[in-house]
Design a protein around this ligand. Structure first.
Ligand code: NAP
Length: 316
């Protein structure tokens, strides 16, 4: 089995940035970019225009930005495996990393597996019901599908994702409803204003979808007004969850301490976890900022932390 100085798990802005820095520091990093677990490149792969990543005054399409990250990581000699990591053994060094087909040892590990969109357990939204048959958690990935064309579509949530996805869906829908459990948005004012002004978007405040029904595809939703308790059935072509994300830590099998929301705990101001030689970067350890640029920044920090730690251990 091959032993590497540094294995990076995850391929969003954090993972690729860690790889760029580590490769330039001659650590010859190996990066598992994922496969079945989600698109390599992370959440930006399912985004359209990214307008707030510095250096791109006209904006850049998410997948294009990630292709640049990946290309830069490869240019400096990162070895990339298009595989999921199924498990790790962090109980002793060298650590063991088990990919879908590659198994290797690592002197140090950077975890940058990001977070996945959350879903709600609503009647009709489960696997075997209408999940992926009109119910999804990614408007940008699925919204252009023919089943959603010229239909009323429902987005659940009140954050920037919900608003962004609602605006995106107006391209295809006859009408977009944002169903939010409170009477004010969590989304930034600029995004919220854009949605409120859009002629095709209506916000259903203090509301929740209680049931999704249909035949082969979604046809109706039951929307409940949470304050009055009144429920109303509405015609629907699709339901999109936009209620935040769950950090991807399942493969760790409890080997690292997580905070109450499931994010990996790191020593404040660093990427050190409580296991020497194991570092965490990006959304898997950040419940506060969760931006591409902050993820990239923490990927850089993780590579520098790992490089210094390896050197302090005499592994150069
Ligand atoms: P978020 O800010 O955590 O918002 C999640 C929304 O879902 C909240 O409105 C929340 O309601 C609602 N929600 C959560 N659990 C729910 C439940 N069980 N039932 C019903 N509603 C529920 O998540 P996000 O919108 O995905 O954004 C995450 C981060 O990414 C934020 O920092 C955001 O600014 C950023 N982001 C930025 C952009 C952009 O700049 N273009 C785009 C997308 C995301 P409450 O408000 O009542 O808690």
């Amino acid at each position: 089995m091959k032993r590497h100085k540094l294995v990076i798990i995850g391929s969003g802005p954090a993972g690729y940035t860690a790889a760029i820095y580590a490769a330039r520091a001659n650590l010859k990093p190996v990066l598992f970019e994922g496969f079945m677990s989600g698109p390599a490149g992370g959440q930006l792969m399912t985004t359209t225009e990214v307008e707030n990543y510095p250096g791109f005054p006209e904006g850049i399409i998410g997948p294009e930005l990630m292709a640049h990250f990946r290309g830069q990581a490869e240019r400096f000699g990162t070895t990339i495996f298009t595989e999921d990591v199924e498990s790790v053994d962090l109980s002793k060094r060298p650590f063991l990393v088990q990919g879908s087909s590659t198994k290797c040892e690592a002197e140090a590990v950077i975890i940058a597996t990001g977070a996945t969109a959350k879903r709600l357990d609503i009647d009709g939204a489960r696997e075997g019901e209408f999940w992926q048959k009109g119910v999804t958690a990614c408007a940008v990935c699925d919204g252009a599908a023919p089943i959603f064309r010229n239909k009323p579509l429902f987005v659940i949530g009140g954050g920037d994702s919900a608003v962004e996805e609602a605006i995106f869906l107006t391209k295809y829908a006859s009408q977009v409803y944002i169903v939010h459990r409170r009477n004010e948005f969590r989304a930034s004012k600029i995004m919220a204003d854009r949605a409120m002004k859009h002629p095709k978007i209506e916000v259903l405040w203090d509301s929740a979808i209680e049931k999704i029904s249909g035949d082969q595809i979604v046809r109706k939703v039951l929307v409940k007004h949470l304050k009055s308790g009144k429920a109303e059935e509405r015609e629907a072509g699709g339901v999109f969850f936009a209620i935040g994300h769950q950090p991807n830590t399942g493969f760790l099998n409890g080997q690292l301490p997580l905070d109450g929301a499931g994010y990996i705990k790191v020593k404040p101001g660093s990427t050190y976890t409580n296991i020497p030689g194991v570092f965490a970067a990006g959304d898997v350890q950040d419940h506060v900022y969760r931006q591409a640029v902050t993820a990239a920044g923490s990927g850089c920090m993780a590579a520098l932390d790992a490089e210094r730690w390896l050197s302090s251990e005499g592994i150069d």
